[in-house]
Write a protein that binds this ligand. Sequence first.
Ligand code: DX5
Ligand code: ZN
Length: 213
Amino acid sequence: MLVAPSILSADFGHLARDVEAICDGGCDLVHVDVMDGHFVPNLTIGPVVVEAVAKAATKLLDIHLMVENNTFFVDLFAPLAPGYISFHIEEEKHPHRLIQKIRGLGIKPAIVLNPHSRPESIEFLLEDLDMVLLMSVNPGFGGQKFIPSVIEKAKRMKDLVEKRNPKCLIEVDGGVNDKNVHDLKAAGVDVVVAGSYVFKHENIAKAIESLKV
Ligand code: DX5
Ligand code: ZN
């Protein structure tokens, strides 16, 4: 299992220190939650702060857009050369076009599905994607309870990915901990995002290690 700690649960007064701690602690990606106060009822960080995160990070950034105007935000964050940019299928009229745009900027494109969205809704986009992100909470806040139906969804997504593009990774985000990570692994999930579990743990490196099942 690859591990992408979400810096949403970091101490923003010591952001560089916390980003260094997860990178030194063995994370695979640094998950950055960008919220615009419109698509979700919360507002987080823009490129000024994410630039500081990118400077402190020794792992690639995994930028999760929770915004209304995806194209605008892709252009805003592209200069920071993140590893991945993911956008919500529920908020994009032309996902295929946006995937090509992200790839054209040298960034790996990913699509996010909210808890209600069906895996089949992106079946014909899978061959163009590097990753699919399944939300296991409603987007907007850290520290929420894991929605168990994502396990069944991940299994269905795994079948579709095997058929259409076996190289496409499956990532799950929200309420992940050292207990439910085993079911996620069994369902075929490749990457877990974890915010509160990692940052509330007494030892960040041990928390990351406990998710590498
Ligand atoms: C929720 C975010 C998540 C969140 C995860 O909108 O996308 O990345 O920070 O936090 P935990 O692991 O605390 O649910
Ligand atoms: Zn996220």
